[in-house]
Design a protein around this ligand. Structure first.
Ligand SMILES: Cc1cc2nc3c(=O)[nH]c(=O)nc-3n(C[C@H](O)[C@H](O)[C@H](O)COP(=O)(O)OP(=O)(O)OC[C@H]3O[C@@H](n4cnc5c(N)ncnc54)[C@H](O)[C@@H]3O)c2cc1C
Length: 446
């Protein structure tokens, strides 16, 4: 029951063969491997949104020029291969779960933080002129069964009452008339917040902005050993040792158990998979009344997420697979092709041109966490599940404020709660199998 990690023995691995990698343009220039020993204030392990946003904000707001150590290419992990949905939410429990655990006031605050996370990404796009194909704001949550409309209705009412959000409910006919016609959509909630982007262009855009502010980015620089020498942390990479006063662990689902004791046995990387079709013709789009570039997801626990890309391809994502074996991936690709065509029968002849997957980071309580160890000289930020486009960037900014000496920074009850260890960590894949069977049963039969 392996918990995967990045393959540290093959530094600089190429990006997964994704639509994003094929259309993102140039790699980030100047992200050279570590070639000699380095002394620095802050070292950051992981060159995804968390690490890049932290490096950017540290340099821009505090003049701290951190060194980012990325095992592969910049944005190689989830940040360069996700669905690109910048969405509201934090963890798996939602408003009721937050209110039950921390009370209404804190639940309100958690929600507002997730809103700020989306605004932060929007602000980064504008401020740094990052061309990441931002879609118009908003998104559609589809009821994948008729009985899910009640929950969408209750959610919409609450959003209106508590957060003054203009969530509109659409019945099946309105959905078909104005957005799309899926066999598995019985209505929807049209939410005003959030948007979608090109995942890898966002990662590279933040990386370049961080460099411009003076941050040092190193690709092909896996941290293969970590020791202490007095007050300094010694991070071993193939090209040299990085001596740092403070270290941010920003390796999320690719960290594995060996990197540092503060995260050992505390993460569970789970697969998310994406297929992308060839561009649809106008006639094909009309055949399913697909008239929107908004991001779309459904009410499943094992959520289906999809959207039309700027060149009219369908990007369709789904959870599934446990071990990440080649046969699992082959099965998953075929299953996703079949499921897409079951949702949109007129598109049965549309070929799929890309399939890829990545490891989303789950924690035992299914919440993201920011925390510290070793007298505050080691920080970590991880566990965003499928919400890291907004949250990882936001967490990166929060830890930058902390490292920059801003004592007013407050992670709040959810992000700041201790990162729990899984009971009997070797059984993590067993827990996952059990949870997935329960989710699949609820999604299809309840
Ligand atoms: C298929 C898929 C679809 C997704 N869709 C969405 C979505 O639509 N919306 C959303 O909000 N979220 C989505 N997510 C999740 C989101 O992408 C992540 O939450 C987010 O990118 C996490 O960013 P990160 O920087 O923390 O981690 P990552 O981007 O995973 O970066 C971690 C990096 O650490 C590096 N690393 C690991 N170990 C070491 C080491 N020892 N030394 C040096 N480097 C190391 C890795 O190589 C990796 O590049 C999706 C994820 C996947 C896989």
């Amino acid at each position: 029951m392996a918990i995967i990690t990045t393959d540290l023995s093959r530094p600089g691995a190429a990006h997964v063969d994704s639509y994003w990698a094929a259309t993102a343009g140039e790699e980030v220039a100047g992200a050279d491997p570590v070639r000699a020993d380095i002394d620095t204030d802050v070292a950051i392990v992981g060159g995804g949104y968390t690490g890049l946003s932290a490096a950017y904000h540290l340099a821009r707001d505090f003049g701290i020029k951190a060194h980012v150590l990325e095992a592969n290419r910049i944005g190689w992990g989830c940040s360069g291969r996700n669905g690109g949905f910048a969405s509201l939410g934090m963890g798996k429990h939602g408003y009721d779960g937050w209110a039950a655990r921390w009370g209404e006031t804190e639940a309100h605050r958690i929600f507002e933080m997730s809103r700020q996370a989306i605004e932060l990404v929007d602000d980064l796009l504008k401020r740094e002129a990052i061309d990441a194909d931002r879609t118009p704001s908003g998104g559609l949550e589809l009821a994948h069964k008729p009985n899910r409309m009640a929950a969408l209705e209750a959610g919409a009412k609450r959003m209106r009452q508590l957060f003054n959000m203009d969530v509109k409910l659409l019945d099946r006919d309105a959905l078909r008339r104005d957005f799309l016609d899926s066999r598995e959509a019985y209505g929807a909630a049209l939410q005003p917040d959030g948007f979608a982007i090109h995942a890898l262009r966002l990662a590279r855009g933040i990386a370049r902005a961080a460099q411009k502010q003076g941050a040092h980015l190193h690709g092909a620089s896996p941290v293969t050993g970590w020791t202490r020498d007095g007050a300094k942390h010694l991070l071993r990479t193939p090209g040299g040792t990085v001596r740092a006063k403070r270290v941010l662990i920003a390796a999320n689902g690719y960290a594995g158990d060996k990197l540092h004791p503060s995260i050992d046995g505390r993460t569970l990387p789970v697969l998310s998979n994406i297929i992308v079709t060839r561009p649809l013709t106008l006639a094909e789009r009309r055949s399913v009344a697909w008239q929107t570039y908004l991001k779309i997801w459904d009410t499943r626990n094992l959520v289906f997420y999809y959207r039309l890309l700027p060149d009219n391809r369908i990007l369709f994502g789904a959870r599934g697979g446990v071990e990440g074996t080649e046969s699992e991936h082959r099965y998953r690709r075929a299953w996703m092709e079949r499921r897409l065509k079951e949702m949109f029968p007129p598109l049965a002849a549309v070929e799929v041109e890309y399939f890829w997957y990545g490891w989303v980071c789950a924690t035992y309580d299914k919440n993201p966490h920011i925390g510290s160890a070793e007298d505050g000289t080691v920080l970590y930020a991880l566990g965003y599940l499928g919400l890291g486009v907004a949250l990882a960037n936001y967490a990166g900014q929060l830890v930058a404020r902390k490292l920059g000496g801003d004592d007013s920074v407050n992670y709040g009850a959810l992000l700041g709660s201790p990162l729990p260890r899984f009971p009997f960590p070797p059984l993590r894949r067993v827990y996952q199998r059990i949870a997935y069977s329960g989710f699949a049963m609820k999604d299809e039969w309840l």
